[in-house]
Design a protein around this ligand. Structure first.
Ligand code: SF4
Length: 247
């Protein structure tokens, strides 16, 4: 049965041809410093919230960063050092914001599968917290562009993790927290039944697109950081005047 993750959904919605290059043709992309950075922060936070005994110190957190640091993806030692410096700053603020009411995670990086008649949605939930009788799912982000509350309420990834929690626990979480570690902003989202339907429909739509082999290119701002520009048939669109970059 076809397995679809949120990353697959997101990529297909962005550009079906890029989806084909990555997932069907399996053409490797260049490792990126942002991906390495994001992974390092995620792993560090996981260890912070599963610290074996008592409350972790700031030095424990720095040690977790050292142990979790992903080196692949940086173009020079200077670039890597600058990213690491940023990671330390970001985590220092994270520590200050989370140490007062420190609570060990219920689970981290939990695998899930949501089964439907035609496909399976799978992936990993960053973190689940249990506070008294309430459960919250946490999704960590390290990107520069944060989301407004309105955007987060319509976010397909947040709705996906809500469905994921339901499939594991049999009831919905009290909220899904969208936590931008870079800015420190946490948004608590209550996913509505309408949003559940919408996200399911989105997965159904891309599943039928993939089955029907609809892999057309979709030009946009995302082409700027697409590794497949050289082989994309819309090279003119990519390098020519069809895209208005805001920089
Ligand atoms: S360059 Fe743009 S249109 Fe071409 S595959 Fe990449 S994202 Fe799609």
């Amino acid at each position: 049965m076809m397995k679809l993750s949120f990353s697959r959904l997101d990529l297909y919605l962005q550009c079906p041809l890029k989806y084909k290059y990555r997932y069907i043709d399996k053409i490797k992309e260049k490792p990126s410093p942002y991906a390495a950075f994001g992974l390092s922060i995620h792993r560090t936070i996981q260890q912070f919230f599963t610290h074996p005994e008592g409350v972790p110190t700031i030095y424990d957190l720095y040690n977790y960063l050292e142990a979790s640091w992903v080196r692949e993806g940086y173009t020079s030692p200077k670039e890597e050092a600058s990213f690491k410096e940023n990671a330390k700053k970001m985590l220092t603020k994270f520590y200050q914001d989370n140490i007062v009411n420190y609570l060990k995670a219920c689970t981290v990086e939990q695998y899930f599968e949501v089964h439907t008649n035609d496909f399976i949605i799978n992936g990993y939930i960053d973190q689940v917290n249990k506070r008294g009788n309430t459960y919250e799912v946490v999704e960590y982000k390290t990107s520069k562009n944060g989301k407004s509350m309105e955007e987060a309420e319509k976010d397909l990834q947040i709705a996906t993790y809500h469905l994921a929690f339901k499939s594991i626990y049999g009831f919905p979480p009290n909220q899904v927290i969208y936590y931008n570690v870079r800015s420190g902003v946490k948004l608590g989202i209550k996913v509505t039944p309408q949003m559940e339907e919408f996200v399911m429909q989105s997965y159904k739509d891309i599943a039928s697109g993939i089955l029907a082999e609809r892999f057309h290119f979709q030009v946009g701002i995302h082409c700027h950081w697409c590794d497949y520009q050289k082989i994309c048939p819309d090279r003119e669109g990519v390098s020519g005047g069809q895209i208005n970059f805001p920089f």
